[in-house]
Design a protein around this ligand. Structure first.
Ligand SMILES: C[S@@+](CC[C@H](N)C(=O)[O-])C[C@H]1O[C@@H](n2cnc3c(N)ncnc32)[C@H](O)[C@@H]1O
Ligand code: SF4
Length: 440
């Protein structure tokens, strides 16, 4: 549970006065490509399942959501909202998802925001994405049959009752401008509630006359994803994307948004493949007078920054800390400049720095709890034939190799015990030993 101090530190840092730590369960519904509905994307592990027999009203009042509301009402994030609780405990208010729902009006009978992820149609196959969000990945990388959208005509009809109550509609995907079922929904919104803010999360690759037309007619705002500042990095992450085309489209989107008073934010995922380009991004968005946002890639781990070794995390931190963020260009507003600089400062000094501290702490505690060589061999003995190569090779390893092997065999890095070893997954043990034997 959160302490009084943690709660009050957040309340002080917050831009709104509210007795609720998070407004999402009182304001938002999020529909995903599997037909699951949640109050935000961090609570999909406990979804309400959409089917055409349920009205959207039934979903909004579902007991699962009522229970989340009751817990939030008691400042209890420990049951359903652990990621936000963790951020609040770390004092990381910048990456707190709850904040994204702070300003939306609450109405007991209707959501004021809906987030749509109705199907996975997408032309790209970004390395960190997956087949539930990209039809190209599903087909080419995962070799699976197409994902059928669970939302049919009835969904659109049902939605009409909700549209007058919306202040914002967020369209994700897939690639929104390629998702055919979004277009009639946009038309409905423009007729029923033309003021509704429609925010598109787009890869920026689709710009044709139909897109230009809907941008002009709807109150559309753009979050454009761009994970590389050089052609090489961009195209290696955003597989199927073309850097020159993106930059050309960005010229259009940026000018359009500036001239029509719409917001445009560049969304970047700092990852192992691009982290050193983050300062370039910040310096560039400042010259364009547009905002930047850094997402956190938690999975896949092998592309994430947080799961790097402490040594590598230190290098990432030192490099980004030493990088130069240029003075405010004359065309950039003070507000945008301050937003971008504080977003960067938060990435480096809060997020990456916290990951570094955690990695060091974990390394220290795992080294303390690793068994001695003698105990380790004794623990392995019941799992292998007596004449297995492991018993000859292990004594000849260097200390760091022994440590790596002990860690690999017991990845959770908790204290070894004979009982734990017994329970350990035989395959993991065999794989680690096979690697050791093969390396000799
Ligand atoms: C799934 S995309 C859909 C919208 C659009 N296709 C795009 O790329 O912006 C929405 C956002 O999720 C981000 N994203 C992709 N894979 C992610 C992952 N593994 N973890 C966190 N965010 C991810 C994308 O970079 C993008 O900003
Ligand atoms: S463009 Fe968006 S939805 Fe498509 S693969 Fe990339 S991140 Fe996923």
């Amino acid at each position: 549970m959160l302490t009084k101090q943690e709660i009050s530190a957040y309340q002080k840092a917050r831009s709104v006065n509210s007795n609720k730590l998070c407004h999402a369960p009182f304001t938002n519904l999020y529909f995903n490509t599997e037909g699951h509905v949640a109050v935000c994307w961090l609570t999909f592990y406990n979804p309400v399942v959409y089917d055409e027999s349920k009205s959207l009203k039934d979903i909004w009042h579902d007991v699962k959501f009522q229970s989340i509301r009751e817990h939030i009402g008691r400042d209890d994030l420990s049951k359903y909202c652990q990621t936000c609780e963790q951020h609040l405990k770390q004092g990381n208010h910048v990456n707190l998802l709850a904040k994204a729902y702070d300003t939306a009006p609450a109405d007991v009978d209707y959501p004021s925001i809906i987030e749509f992820e109705l199907e996975n149609t997408c032309n790209l196959a970004c390395t960190m994405c997956n087949g539930l969000l990209s039809s190209t990945i599903r087909k080419d990388r995962e070799g699976k049959p197409p994902l059928k959208s669970p939302y049919g005509k009835k969904f659109r009809e049902n939605l009409k009752e909700f549209i007058p109550h919306l202040s914002e509609a967020r369209f994700n995907g897939g690639e929104p401008f390629l998702i055919q079922q979004y277009w009639p929904i946009w038309e409905d919104m423009m007729v029923i509630n033309p003021a509704v803010k429609m925010t598109m999360a787009t890869n920026g690759s689709v710009l044709n006359s139909r897109v230009k037309d809907v941008l002009t007619r709807g109150n559309i705002h753009l979050n454009i994803s761009m994970d590389g500042f050089s052609k090489e990095t961009y195209e290696s992450i955003r597989v199927g994307g073309n850097f020159e085309r993106l930059m050309k489209n960005l010229d259009y989107f940026i000018a359009f948004c500036a001239n029509h008073n719409r917001t445009l934010c560049i969304m970047v995922n700092p990852m192992r493949q691009n982290w050193w380009e983050m300062p370039d991004f910040v310096n560039w968005v400042n010259t364009q007078n547009i905002r930047i946002w850094f997402n956190s890639i938690i999975k896949p781990e092998d592309q994430s920054i947080w799961a790097l070794s402490p040594e590598k995390l230190q290098e990432v931190y030192d490099t980004l800390n030493a990088a130069t963020i240029n003075h405010k260009p004359s065309l950039c507003s003070q507000e945008v400049y301050e937003h971008n600089v504080s977003t960067y400062t938060n990435l480096v000094h809060n997020q990456i720095h916290n990951w570094l501290i955690d990695a060091r702490r974990q390394e220290e505690s795992s080294s303390d709890s690793l068994p001695t060589d003698k105990n380790f061999v004794a623990l392995i003995r019941p799992h292998l034939p007596l004449n297995h190569d492991f018993f000859k090779l292990f004594p000849r390893l260097k200390d760091e190799q022994k440590k790596a092997l002990k860690k690999a065999i017991h990845q959770q890095n908790v204290v070894f015990s004979a009982a734990q070893m017994e329970d350990m997954h035989q395959k993991a043990l065999q794989e680690a030993i096979d690697t050791l034997v093969a390396s000799k």
